[in-house]
Ligand binder design. Structure first.
Ligand code: DGL
Length: 271
């Protein structure tokens, strides 16, 4: 029983990479829905349906615990999945809340009333669907007061990363960062609210200067390690990891290997 990791495509590999380093004794089964990427330009209903299909597929591989390593799926579908759809013997966790807990200086399960926090001006870079969902602001408002969030829907960036066109991806990332800085010249924190964006984090950092950037790989790895220490029954059993894609396995494997710098083999699957 491995732990499942789901993303619309290659972005969740940034989370997988850190998870596999942080939790070397856990087996992971990764599913990238490359055929339907990007999710960030789809409607909330479409994202919900695709995400449920992906999660069900991972269940069929024995992954009773699935991490949605995708902000777009977490923002558009996770609440509905947990409220309407999830059987009691399965768990689905997102990547959104752990990051917001770090930003708002909270520990897990700290349900105390919202309070002022250090970062009062936050720049959010995310997919159009994540920005439109306003899930980031909603989750933030449960925990913090007095925070101004300026969001930049980064159209085109996931496509360029999925195509591994890094020249284009770098140019798009830079122009989105500059566009946001024109509206919020001095953010105190920047959030890469899409798991694809850590692949171009250097460009965001260059454009944003000294602004601290928060992204999910480390945060999610720490949060899962903490979760599994409290709930070891979800840690699964040790098996060889597996990588699945709804896209063309050989070309996805080549791109994934280039991104992570180690050889990954993908198997085909359909949703
Ligand atoms: N990695 C996904 C995320 O974190 C990308 C979404 C997309 O496919 O547009 O949002």
């Amino acid at each position: 029983m491995p732990v499942g990791i789901f993303d619309s495509g290659l972005g969740g590999l940034t989370v997988y990479d850190r998870l596999s380093q942080r939790l070397p004794n856990i087996s992971f089964c990764y599913l990238g829905d490359n055929l339907h990427a990007p999710y960030g330009v789809r409607s909330q209903d479409e994202i919900f349906e695709l995400t449920c299909n992906g999660v069900e597929k991972l269940w069929s591989y024995g992954c009773d615990l699935v991490i949605l390593a995708c902000n777009t799926a977490s923002a558009a579908a996770l609440k509905r999945i947990q409220e309407e759809w999830l059987p009691t013997d399965k768990r689905v966790l997102g990547v959104f809340v752990p990051l917001i807990e770090v930003l708002t200086e909270r520990r897990w399960a700290d349900n105390s009333p919202p309070r002022p926090v250090k970062a009062e001006r936050i720049a959010l870079f995310a997919t159009p669907a994540t920005v439109a969902s306003r899930a980031f602001q909603r989750e933030l408002a449960y925990r913090a007061i007095g925070v101004d969030v300026e969001s930049q829907p980064c159209a085109g960036l996931v496509d360029a990363i999925e195509d591994r066109d890094l020249i284009l991806a770098n140019a798009i990332a830079r122009s989105h960062a500059e566009a946001l800085l024109r509206r919020m010249p001095q953010p105190q924190a920047a959030v890469l609210g899409c798991t694809h964006y850590p692949f171009v984090k250097g460009v965001f950092q260059q454009a944003l200067g000294e602004v601290p950037i928060y992204d999910q790989p480390n945060v999610v790895a720490e949060s899962l390690a903490d979760y599994l220490s409290r709930r070891p029954e979800w840690a699964g059993t040790q098996l060889n990891g597996k990588f699945l894609t709804t896209g063309e396995p050989a070309s996805i494997a080549t791109k994934a290997t280039q991104f992570l710098g180690r050889r990954l083999i993908f198997e085909p699957c359909s949703l």
